[in-house]
Ligand binder design. Structure first.
Ligand code: NAP
Length: 463
């Protein structure tokens, strides 16, 4: 048998998950000009791009322009897209071992983390991840309903997802119509009664997880004032000392921006977004459905590892809120036949090589993106993350550490068609893409999304 990776015997790789980490796996392989590859990119949805389509905020069109580079990767002759195919349903580990030398998991982290406080299961309490998927038109979430007749909404957490959710709730109808937010969400939010949104941070402005451009953008909303209480927007001595000694430029800028909002009078816009610091929820209140949230005031202390942590005081406060979103991070979920770290919510791995949890490599299996490192970083972070994994894959290929597929590279298509007659190719997706862009053009919007799989299939087949 000729060397794996040669022209006569290309390295065959299945990439499970067509989000940024999946596409950056392809582009990183393309840098190894001397290695011949055949890469099949799978996604359980008919649409590629993962969180760039279903997570990135609808008004952040510039961030979404990375898909132009992804298009170029997908259109290489050695790359195929198999959309609408779910690992564990239509294709299994044994199938992959028979058809590929290596399998790379880049399926992301779609679950949410819970708050672990009483009342979390009341009606009106939701995960921000569900709301994000809903307003972005993810087909599995399009049917969800959120009671937007409520006037007050609380968002727990002050990461960039919380900021996105707050911004979507506070935008004017005209601002939302300039985005590619799903039509059902634009319509529901246009009728919303929401007037007051709280974002609740358990630590102070110097420890906030949001980033400066995002927090600055909130101050530019047409229809919402930003409120920060004067005492919460001012740094405590511990945070100031830490910022002076170790503060990164984001933390310094965040503190400056929050300081600019702190104590400012409201200008009378129709909505108010209040960003609270040093508060933690202790209970979601209400009978059957949420009517409020009890918060406790925190103080900060330095833990054994030198991190600034929150500690509850005895001061409680009740906020009125008929809708609560927990936005305290995503987590991955386990996949069949792939070792999983339950506590971390990610695949056991070393630099992207899947391990069995005891440090031993599991031959032929790799991971990249959020399912590898956890839900952190921006889109571009996945580029270097995938680069690290691809480097390991190339080293292992050279050492002969991979599966020995018994089937030819072409055989997978027949197998997939037998398991999933509604298989979607990149050409099919391009028809869906063109349809959505044309629908957007007709309404002066960047795109009008199809939000159901049957509708996507209809458009894909129309070509
Ligand atoms: P995140 O950045 O990790 O923020 C999570 C937030 O939840 C933090 O404020 C955290 O506070 C808080 N939190 C965690 N557990 C809590 C608890 N039990 N009670 C109260 N608060 C709690 O997560 P994310 O917002 O989901 O974002 C995920 C990643 O996507 C991040 O890297 C983010 O930057 C990125 N993202 C980027 C953009 C953008 O670039 N525009 C947009 C969306 C998402 P502590 O800090 O105290 O733990």
């Amino acid at each position: 048998m000729t060397q794996i990776g040669s022209e006569g015997n290309p390295l065959r790789v299945a990439v499970i998950g067509a989000g940024p980490a999946g596409f950056y796996t392809i582009s990183n392989f393309q840098k190894f000009k001397e290695i011949h590859t055949r890469i099949d990119l799978y996604d359980r949805l008919p649409t590629p791009f993962g969180l760039v389509r279903n997570g990135v905020a609808p008004d952040h069109q510039k961030d979404k322009s990375v898909t132009r580079a992804y298009d170029k990767s997908a259109q290489q002759p050695n790359v195929r897209f198999f959309g609408n195919v779910e690992y564990g349903t239509h294709i299994h580990m044994d199938d992959l071992k028979q058809h590929y030398h290596m399998v790379m998991f880049s399926n992301g982290a779609k679950m949410d983390r819970s708050l672990e406080v009483p009342g979390e299961d009341l009606a009106g309490s939701h995960s921000a991840t569900d709301f994000v998927a809903w307003y972005n038109g993810h087909p599995d979430y399009a049917h969800l309903e959120f009671d937007l007749s409520q006037e007050s909404v609380a968002i727990v957490g002050i990461g960039n997802v919380a900021v996105d959710v707050a911004r979507m709730l506070c935008m004017s109808d005209a601002e939302r119509r300039a985005t590619d937010m799903a039509d059902h969400a634009v319509q529901a939010l246009a009728k919303s009664n929401v007037k007051h949104v709280y974002m609740l941070g358990r630590r102070g402005p110097a420890q906030a997880a949001f980033t400066p451009p995002e927090i600055k953008e909130l101050g530019e909303l047409e229809d919402a004032d930003i409120e920060v209480l004067a005492d919460e927007g001012t740094l405590d001595a511990l945070s100031q000392e830490d910022l002076d000694a170790n503060g990164d430029k984001n933390a310094v800028k965040n503190v400056e921006l929050i300081g600019g909002y702190a104590g400012q009078p409201l200008s009378g816009k129709s909505k108010t977004l209040t960003i609270r610091f040093l508060v933690s929820p202790t209970e979601l209140q209400g009978d059957k459905r949420v009517s409020g949230i009890r918060i406790v005031k925190n103080e900060l202390y330095l833990d054994d590892r030198g991190s600034i942590r929150p500690r509850a005081t005895e001061n409680f406060e009740d906020l009125q809120a008929g809708l609560v979103f927990r936005s305290v991070g995503y987590r991955g979920s386990p996949l069949p036949d792939v070792p999983f770290h339950e506590e971390w919510g990610s695949i056991h791995n070393e630099l992207g090589r899947v391990t069995d949890g005891n440090g031993n490599n599991v031959e032929g299996l790799y991971c990249a993106g959020w399912i590898k490192r956890g839900p952190t970083g921006v889109i571009g972070t996945n580029k270097t993350d995938a680069q690290e994994t691809v480097k390991c894959m190339v080293e292992d290929m050279e050492a002969g550490l991979c599966f020995s597929p018994s089937e030819s590279a072409g055989a997978i298509v027949g197998l997939l068609q037998s398991r999933q007659p509604d298989l979607i190719s990149y050409d099919d997706w391009s028809r869906i893409d063109a349809y959505e862009l044309a629908a957007g053009d007709a309404e002066g919007r960047p795109r009008v999304k199809l939000t159901s799989v049957p509708d996507m299939l209809k458009v894909a087949r129309a070509g």
